[in-house]
Unconditional design. Structure first.
Length: 204
């Protein structure tokens, strides 16, 4: 297992990893401007997604159910990002678009407060590297398709990138999913305790 992880990590090109970060943060930085200007065609999807996430977060699901849902959504999203590597230049668009969507949802949820500082939360510290790695893998396979000579000797078969996704991205998403599930359940317990206190006061 450790050998598989090391082999998968050695596949990642550091320059493309940094490039994927730049693309993501370009979209993330543009999000508040688009939100402030109320550019509806850009905001329609992330705002819709934010409302759906708010509704789902309010449901009192079992811990395992909530965890599997979070893991499933995140895995599906990043797997689509990985598959974008099959189409030339599509990973560039997806990386910027993902950063933009995350930015709109964050800005909407926090009402603009602690916008960049919010990325230092424990969940994001695992989810973001997972996203950057998924984009890096997609960009690398893109380079295989269009023939980037400067990358040197990299795997030509897409299965190598699928393997790296499984051994690197998935563990990060599992850890992030567990932290997020614990955080949601903890917040729900606090909310229930506050409601119980208010109810007790009203009865008195």
């Amino acid at each position: 297992m450790i050998a598989e992880i090391k082999q998968s990590l050695s596949l990642i090109n550091f320059q493309l990893f940094l490039f994927s970060m730049v693309l993501f943060f370009a979209g993330y930085t543009l999000a508040p401007w688009a939100y402030y200007k109320d550019i509806k065609f850009l905001l329609a999807y992330p705002k819709w997604l934010a409302k759906k996430l708010d509704k789902l977060a309010s449901r009192h699901w079992h811990f395992a159910t909530l965890f599997m849902f979070i893991l499933g959504v995140n895995t599906f999203s990043l797997f689509i990002d990985l598959l974008s590597g099959l189409a030339p230049l599509l990973p560039v668009v997806f990386a910027v678009w993902t950063g933009f969507n995350v930015g709109v949802i964050t800005y909407h949820t926090l009402v603009g407060k602690f916008y960049f500082a919010s990325l230092l939360n424990p969940v994001a510290l695992f989810e973001l590297p997972a996203a950057f790695i998924a984009f890096t893998l997609a960009l690398q396979y893109n380079c295989v398709l269009i023939g980037c000579r400067w990358l040197g000797d990299i795997p030509q078969n897409f299965s190598a990138y699928l393997k790296a996704f499984f051994w690197i991205v998935m563990p990060l998403l599992i850890i992030a999913g567990l932290i997020e599930t614990f955080a949601i359940k903890f917040a729900q317990r606090i909310e229930e305790a506050e409601e119980e206190k208010d109810k007790t006061k009203d009865d008195l």
